[in-house]
Write a protein that binds this ligand. Structure first.
Ligand code: HEM
Length: 402
């Protein structure tokens, strides 16, 4: 069989793309169905992450298929000449409709994920795909409904497509189906190839469906820091206090291979800091844990649960640093301790302190292991879908306390 199409048969490339996309579409529906059945949690997240990755693969494969079709233009199989005009119309409608849906469905899914602030990663490989829109609840609801309608339309067109193939094969008895099958002239080879494809497809599916979760979820145990209930002294008298409206505190976690940003809206930093080659002072931060916002109400609620932030048991996190070292580039390293969920663990900060008259800007970053604080109990301990490392970035506008 040649790679390229001929007027009599689809070539190997067109056939491969056709059957892989068929398999991927079936997988998509199974994954979506499985995700719908699952309660909110790591299993659902993992199943939807696989759904998204397979969906993005479909988008790429369909673009490739269209490009290949264009490249083979003029020497590909045509519709049989004996079709009635309405049959030609129906065939064109289903083919064009299927191509359009296989482009629009993944795009609507990608848009929907962006609107919910769930950046999309392709099987966790490489950087996450860019967000197509900013987070918006209204847009998410609209796109979710669109995705659902397009998926239902795809079912209708796919059924029409299969019905058409069956009519060609069993009623018209032409070679429309055979020319899309490998080894069309050798029945034994055809059956062998089909069986190999079914087994390989089944094995691939078994890897993607949530059933394999229990086996592959490697629960990561991490040493816990010392438990303490002491307030880290966030209320000490300070030279600088936070102007909350002009300050941001963000945390970036990696979910299903894609970096996702959340923000704390309620926090304050009291800063008593004298910059220089031997910097001295104190940095005391207090964060209201129930102010965490990831632009998705469901995920915010989950984040506050006893398995993650445990907001009910530990409503506040504090950070306290009293040792600073000047860095050659003019920044500072703060040696401080973060108390989260009642667990205190040393977390160094890289920060820049820029006085501007009666105001100052404190910017910086830190990186921490969520499991060291017990943020992730039960199924959330696994780092397969939510990485252990969380990055923190802050940009705090300080005003002089009078
Ligand atoms: C041809 C490709 C695709 C097909 C056939 C497909 C099909 C489906 C179906 C049938 C559902 C269930 C809809 C419902 O009844 O609620 C669903 C849900 C979903 N799909 Fe897709 N999808 C595709 C691509 C994508 C892509 C590329 C993404 C994201 C990058 C995506 C993201 C989602 C999400 C997040 C949901 C769950 C929505 C929710 O319940 O919150 N889909 N998809």
């Amino acid at each position: 069989m040649s790679l390229k199409n001929t007027p009599l048969r689809w070539g190997a490339v067109a056939q491969l793309l056709h059957w892989v996309v068929v398999w991927a579409i079936l997988t998509q529906f199974l994954l979506a169905e499985a995700a719908e059945e699952l309660p909110a949690g790591v299993g659902k997240l993992a199943t939807l992450a696989r759904h998204k990755s397979v969906g993005i693969s479909i988008l790429l494969l369909v673009v490739l298929r269209l490009a290949w079709k264009q490249y083979n233009r003029g020497h590909s199989p045509a519709l049989p000449a004996n079709l009635k005009p309405y049959e030609v119309w129906l065939a064109r409608l289903t083919h064009h409709g299927l191509y359009a849906l296989l482009l629009l469905l993944p795009l609507s899914g990608w848009l929907m994920s962006s609107a919910k602030n769930y950046p999309v990663s392709w099987f966790g490989i490489g950087p996450a795909l860019p967000d197509l829109v900013s987070p918006s609840d209204t847009l998410f609801v609209l796109l979710k409904a669109t995705h659902e309608v397009l998926a239902n339309l795809l079912i209708v067109l796919a059924l029409l497509h299969v019905a058409g193939a069956l009519v060609h094969h069993f009623i018209k008895r032409d070679d429309v189906v055979r020319r899309m099958l490998p080894f069309a002239r050798n029945a034994a080879a055809r059956i062998t190839v089909m069986l190999v494809c079914v087994v390989a497809g089944g094995l691939g599916l078994a890897r993607l469906l949530p059933g394999d979760m229990a086996g592959s979820t490697a629960a990561t145990d991490s040493a816990q820091g010392t438990t303490t209930n002491t307030d880290a002294g966030a209320n000490t008298a300070s030279v600088w206090v936070t102007d909350r409206t002009r300050s941001t505190l963000e945390f970036v976690f990696t979910q299903a291979g894609a970096a996702t940003t959340g923000r704390f809206s309620a926090f304050s930093a009291d800063v008593d800091f004298t910059p220089g080659t031997i910097p001295v002072g104190r940095l005391a931060v207090r964060i209201e844990m129930n102010s965490a916002d990831t632009a998705d109400a469901g995920r915010n609620e989950q984040l506050g649960s006893v398995d993650l932030f445990n907001v009910a048991g530990h409503p506040q996190a504090t950070y306290d640093a009293t040792a600073f070292t000047a860095q050659p580039d003019g920044s500072y390293r703060a040696e401080g301790s973060l108390t989260l969920r009642g667990v205190s663990v040393p977390v160094p900060l890289q920060m820049r302190f820029t006085p501007e008259g009666d105001e100052a800007v404190l910017q910086g970053t830190a990186s921490l292991d969520r499991l060291a604080f017990g943020v992730g109990q039960g199924e959330w301990k696994s780092t397969e879908w939510i990485a252990a490392e969380v990055k923190v970035a802050f940009n705090v506008r300080l005003v002089k306390r009078r």
